[in-house]
Design a protein around this ligand. Structure first.
Ligand SMILES: CC(=O)N[C@H]1CCN(c2c(Cl)cnc3[nH]c(-c4cn(C)nc4C)nc23)C1
Length: 286
């Protein structure tokens, strides 16, 4: 277990490097094994030159500071980090199931059945309650930043997380799909931005696409500002009710994590997950 991972001055020679798992903007992630303990990890290799060029070293410092102190089953562990002349290495928990957005795209119609989606959203509530209890806002909740570890969802990539409340803003880049109105309007924002993103995530899990998708940023922003929600026919009334109460323009009206966790749509499916379905019949062994 991870307790074998006592803080020490790691070097790249402590690890055997395996296959590349994926590439981020600033480097690659490799499967790796710590030689003495044979512990399997994901080793994220970042190039200092690249980081300096993009002026994100403060973001990386925050990512390391935040993620290395968090301990929660639904948050990817950072066991440590080290560097050499040209690179910085993050020693991360390995999630065998890989990136959730790839799994989502593989599903029929690129969407999960509602019981699966409800289970995942329930897990995300637990992770966000823990994060917010530590006054951490993730600010970048989306399928691309979630990993799957045998049915347990792990929030990864704390590159955009900050301590709340917060009013400064780093130039936003990437898709607006998950941004709440208050961030798009560049108003001071707080933990409730993660709750908005959870509503977007819930819609995308159940529908296969985000609710305010459009051809360009201006269109997306207009749909966000107008809460232009169109539910596909197959969506249950329960999940429509939940999503409508999360995707509110006014953050004060927005459901809290407790209201989401106790919503019938979440409780109904979470209960189902607790009680495995009744065995079909007595399994006669003799
Ligand atoms: C930007 C970034 O770090 N993105 C991803 C790349 C892999 N990485 C992983 C991280 Cl950080 C941790 N565990 C992973 N497991 C996998 C993975 C497993 N399979 C079967 N396929 C993959 C892929 N990837 C990771 C995070």
């Amino acid at each position: 277990t991870a307790k074998r991972f006592e803080p020490k001055n790691w070097t790249i020679d402590d690890f055997e490097i395996g296959k590349p798992l994926g590439r981020g903007k600033f480097g690659h992630v490799y499967l790796a094994r710590e030689k003495k303990s044979k512990f399997i990890v994901a080793l994220k290799v970042l190039y200092k030159k690249q980081l300096l060029k993009s002026n994100v070293e403060h973001q990386l410092r925050r990512e390391i500071e935040i993620q290395s102190h968090l301990r929660h089953d639904n948050i990817l562990r950072m066991y440590g980090f080290f560097w050499d002349e040209k690179k910085i290495y993050l020693i991360l928990e390995y999630a065998p199931g890989g990136e959730l957005y790839k799994d989502l795209k593989k599903q029929p119609n690129s969407r999960y059945a509602e019981p699966i989606a409800a289970d995942y959203i329930g897990q995300m509530c637990k992770a966000l309650k823990y994060l917010h209890s530590k006054d951490v806002i993730h600010r970048d909740i989306k399928p691309e930043n979630l990993l799957n570890s045998l049915g347990t969802i792990k929030i990864a990539d704390f590159g955009w997380s900050i301590h709340s409340p917060h009013d400064k803003r780093q130039t936003l880049c990437g898709t607006l799909d998950y941004l709440p109105p208050e961030m798009v309007l560049e108003e001071p924002h707080d933990k409730r931005v993660d709750i908005w993103s959870l509503g977007i995530l819930c819609f995308e899990f159940c529908c296969g696409f985000p609710p305010f998708e459009a051809h360009n940023n201006d269109e997306t922003y207009k749909r966000i500002r107008n809460i232009d929600l169109k539910f596909p026919e197959h969506l249950s009334p329960e999940v429509r009710h939940l999503i409508k109460n999360i995707l509110t323009l006014d953050p004060k009206q927005r459901y809290t994590l407790d209201q989401i966790e106790t919503h019938p749509w979440i409780k109904k499916h979470a209960a189902a997950k607790e009680q495995p379905t009744q065995a079909t019949g007595p399994n006669i062994t003799q």
